[in-house]
Each structure stands twice: as structure tokens, then as C-alpha cells.
Design a protein around this ligand. Structure first.
Ligand code: CTP
Ligand code: MG
Length: 252
């Protein structure tokens, strides 16, 4: 598939507090083999020929540090840094609003031969804390979003999953062949996902990932094969796991 006449933007929520990491700082500034987590994440999108521009959501007091990292790692596709919100969903929405505004105002250079840049634009929403995303995943995601309109990356679960009551009584074993662990990126048509975020905002509904908005509002989204390496840096042992992945040990 040729992507040359399409626009793909990256929206990177990076405004969390990293409470489960218990490091006292935003975990995305922690280094993996000398390079900050967020720099690794951004570099994948920077290097991808698919991606036109990148918008990051950040905590207000971390914007300067983030801009310094973008300069140091030559993230030239940065289209803007916006304030994050209290939840991941709010942070994503702020970036989507900014991106749509910039595109509508003609401030983002049109790189593809599209009729209407806003409705022809796709957005890949990706956690700043997932530094092991790779070009293959971006391409699979782009292919799927172009043909199916909405998708998320994930991996089949390896464990046997049981459903219980609140009192921990085991109710049943879920059919593993239909179970996936969702990751990011998740990709959408920009105007559609922004409309759903606006609706969720008005209805005060909060979801932890973006395909959940489509599920809730009755739209289809499809699963794309991710990678077991595409971990989210969440707790202290993930730093050790991340360093192991960097040594070339593959969990694929
Ligand atoms: N995120 C964000 N804005 C928030 C909360 C989270 O932009 N208000 C981002 C995080 O920075 C992260 C991604 O969303 O890149 C996934 O969230 P998560 O792993 O939960 O990160 P934190 O919320 O920072 O961590 P914790 O839940 O342990 O506090
Ligand atoms: Mg969180």
C-alpha cells in the first residue's frame, strides 16, 4: 500500500505522574541505557517516513525539559507541546484539539495530496511511556487504519484468564483464543476520534485507552498485531525489562 498521499500524525500523551514507578519524577525522563524513555519513543516517530508531525501532551512544569530533549534528539517533526490534563484521556483530547486547530488554520504544512487535510488525516495515539514501538508496528497500524478506519495494537494473552465475582469466587475461564492485551499505537481518522473525545468530555466519561471510546459509542475498531517487546514502562521492574530488551533479547 502506498501511503504517500496520506497524512499520519502522532499524538503522544506524556503528562502522567508515573505514580506506580515510585521514582519521584516523571518516569518518562528516566533513562534506559543512557537515553530518556520519552526520547526513545519520539525518535521512532521522528524516523518513520509515515509520520508528518508530532504533538506531545506534557505537564506544565516539564515542558522545558521536554523541549530540551526534543532539541537534543533532533525531533524536528514536533508540531507542538500542549498542556496535559488530569487523565490520559484529557491529555489526548488537548493534543487532538491542538492538532485539528493547527491543520484547519493551515499552520501545518500540507505534505500529502489530500482534498481536505483535516478529514483526510489519520492520527496514531501512542503512550510516551512505550519506547519499544518500532517502524513495523507503525506500518501495520497505518495499513489497518486506512482500510478499517480505526485500530489498536495488541498481543494475544499468554495466561489463562479467569473471571471472578467481587468476592473472588471464580465464575469462568475466558476463551483465551479471543483475548488480547491492548497496547498503543491506536490509530483513527482525526476528525472522528476528536468528535468522540468531545462527546466523552461532555458526557464526563473516562476511558483508559482510545479504542474504548469507539466500543462505547458503537463504532468498530480492529486489533493489529503488536509485539511483546512493546511494553509500557509502568513499574520499577519494567526498567530492568527494558534494559534486557535493549540487549537484543526478543520477547516477540
Ligand atoms: N498520561 C498523560 N496524562 C495523564 C495520565 C497519563 O498524558 N493525566 C500518559 C502517561 O504519561 C503515559 C501514558 O499516558 O505515557 C500511559 O499512562 P500510564 O502508564 O498510566 O502513566 P502514568 O499515568 O504517568 O503512570 P501511573 O498511572 O503509574 O501514575
Ligand atoms: Mg496512569
Amino acid at each position: 500500500m502506498s501511503f504517500s498521499d496520506m497524512n499520519f500524525f502522532a499524538v503522544i500523551p506524556a503528562a502522567g505522574s508515573g505514580s506506580r514507578m515510585k521514582s519521584g519524577t516523571n518516569k518518562q525522563f528516566m533513562e534506559l541505557a543512557g537515553i530518556p524513555v520519552i526520547a526513545r519513543t519520539l525518535s521512532v516517530f521522528q524516523k518513520s517516513p509515515l509520520i508528518t508531525g508530532i504533538v506531545i501532551s506534557a505537564r506544565e512544569n516539564e515542558i522545558d525539559d521536554l523541549l530540551r530533549i526534543c532539541r537534543e534528539y533532533k525531533i524536528t517533526k514536533l508540531a507542538g507541546v500542549v498542556f496535559g490534563g488530569d487523565t490520559r484521556q484529557m491529555s489526548v483530547r488537548n493534543s487532538l484539539l491542538f492538532l485539528a486547530e493547527k491543520i484547519t488554520a493551515g499552520e501545518i504544512i500540507k505534505t500529502a495530496n489530500c482534498e481536505n487535510l483535516l478529514s483526510d488525516s489519520y492520527v496514531l495515539i501512542h503512550d510516551g511511556a512505550r519506547p519499544f514501538v518500532c517502524e513495523d508496528i507503525l506500518e501495520r497500524c497505518a495499513e489497518c487504519v486506512v482500510s478499517k478506519k480505526a485500530c489498536g495494537v495488541g498481543v494475544p494473552v499468554k495466561d489463562t484468564i479467569k473471571q471472578t465475582t467481587v468476592g473472588n469466587e471464580i465464575l469462568k475461564t475466558l476463551d483465551r483464543s479471543s483475548l488480547w492485551a491492548i497496547q498503543t499505537p491506536q490509530a483513527f481518522l482525526l476528525d472522528n476520534i476528536l468528535a468522540l473525545h468531545n462527546r466523552a468530555y461532555e458526557e464526563k466519561k473516562d476511558f483508559t485507552d482510545d479504542t474504548a471510546l469507539l466500543e462505547y459509542y458503537g463504532q468498530k475498531a480492529f486489533m493489529v498485531e503488536g509485539s511483546y517487546n512493546n511494553i509500557k514502562i509502568t513499574t520499577p521492574e519494567d526498567i530492568i525489562l527494558g534494559e534486557t530488551i535493549l540487549k537484543g533479547i526478543n520477547f516477540n
